[in-house]
Design a protein. Structure first.
Length: 299
C-alpha cells in the first residue's frame, strides 16, 4: 500500500506541472467530496461552526441552512488550503510573497526588520502555512511549533516543506518551551497556532461562548520572556490571494504570580483568536471536537 506521505509527494509533483488556473477546480471538487464523504468529521465541524456563528451573530438562534452552508465552506476552504500547500512547493519565494496582501502590518514588520523578539499567534483559519511562508521570507525567518504526527512520513513531509520556505520547526514531544525561549533570546519570531489543544494540557478559557482548552504556550513563553504577542489572521481571498491581518499586540503583565499572569495573557489570547475566527467562520478548519462544548439553541 502506498503511504499517505508518498501520495502527497506525488500529488505535489503532478500539481507543479499543471497551470495554476486548474487549482480552483481541484479544490472545489475536493471540497465537495470531503464534505460528503466523512459524516463523523462533518458533525464535528458542524458543532464548532455552530459555536462560531452564534457567537458572531449575537442572537439566540441559527437557521439550519446557514449553519450547513458554513460547514460546507469549512471543507471547501480546507481543500483549498491543501491545494495551496502543494502548489506553494513549486513557487518561487517572490511568487509566495507577492500573493500576500497585508493589513495593519507596519508595527509588526518594523519590529521584525529590527530583529526584535516577537511572538505571533494564529488560528487554523485560511492558509496559516502561506502566512508562515510570507513572514519567514519577508520578515527575517520564523520559528514555529509543529505537531509530531503518528504518521512519521507525514511529519517528515511537513518538516521538509516548511524548511524549504525558511521556517525553523520545533516538534512537540521535546522541551518546546526551552527551545522557544532560546529563540526569543536570539531575536527570533516564534509563531504558534493555538486554537487546538494537541497536548491535552491546555489552558481552559472562555471561547465562543463556552469553556474550551487552548494551547497555553503563548501565555507561558510571553510571561517568561516579557515578549509581546501579535495576533495574526490569515485569510484566503479571491483569485488565489492571501490576506495577512495583524491585530493589537498583547503585553504580558508584570504583577502577580506567574500562574496568574499566564492566565491573564491566555484570557486575552482567547479574545484575539475568537475575533479572528469570527472574521471568517467558514475558513476555520477546526476538526478537533472540544471536550467542553455547551449546547446552544438553533431556530
Amino acid at each position: 500500500m502506498i503511504s499517505r506521505a508518498r501520495l502527497i509527494r506525488m500529488a505535489g509533483a503532478m500539481l507543479g506541472r499543471l497551470p495554476r488556473v486548474v487549482d480552483p477546480v481541484l479544490w472545489s471538487i475536493a471540497g465537495v467530496v470531503s464534505y460528503l464523504g466523512n459524516e463523523r468529521r462533518r458533525n464535528t465541524v458542524r458543532r464548532n461552526q455552530r459555536l462560531a456563528l452564534l457567537s458572531r451573530s449575537g442572537v439566540g438562534g441559527l437557521k439550519k441552512w446557514q449553519l450547513e452552508l458554513s460547514v460546507y465552506r469549512a471543507f471547501y476552504f480546507y481543500a483549498r488550503y491543501w491545494v495551496e500547500v502543494l502548489r506553494i512547493q513549486s513557487l518561487s519565494p517572490e511568487e509566495v510573497v507577492l500573493a500576500v496582501d497585508l493589513v495593519n502590518a507596519d508595527e509588526f514588520v518594523a519590529r521584525r526588520m529590527a530583529k526584535e523578539p516577537t511572538i505571533a499567534i494564529l488560528a487554523h483559519v485560511g492558509n496559516w502555512e502561506w502566512g508562515g511562508a510570507w513572514v519567514s521570507l519577508a520578515c527575517n525567518g520564523v520559528m514555529a511549533v509543529a505537531e509530531a504526527l503518528e504518521d512519521e512520513g507525514m511529519t517528515e513531509w511537513f518538516l521538509t516543506a516548511r524548511q524549504r520556505l525558511g521556517m525553523e520547526i520545533v516538534l512537540t514531544g521535546g522541551d518546546v518551551v526551552r527551545s522557544l525561549l532560546k529563540g526569543l533570546r536570539h531575536g527570533k519570531l516564534v509563531a504558534l497556532v493555538v486554537d487546538r489543544d494537541v497536548s491535552g494540557t491546555g489552558e481552559m478559557v472562555d471561547f465562543l461562548g463556552t469553556r474550551v482548552p487552548l494551547s497555553g504556550g503563548p501565555g507561558v513563553i510571553s510571561v517568561m520572556s516579557g515578549v509581546p504577542i501579535y495576533p495574526v489572521g490569515t485569510f484566503q481571498r479571491r483569485s488565489g490571494r492571501q490576506e495577512v491581518r495583524f491585530y493589537p499586540p498583547i503585553y504580558p503583565p508584570t504583577d502577580g504570580t506567574r500562574a496568574d499572569r499566564v492566565a491573564e495573557v491566555m484570557k486575552q489570547v482567547a479574545v484575539a483568536i475568537e475575533k479572528i475566527v469570527k472574521e471568517e467562520p467558514g475558513q476555520w478548519h477546526n476538526f478537533q471536537d472540544y471536550d467542553a462544548v455547551t449546547e446552544r439553541g438553533m431556530a
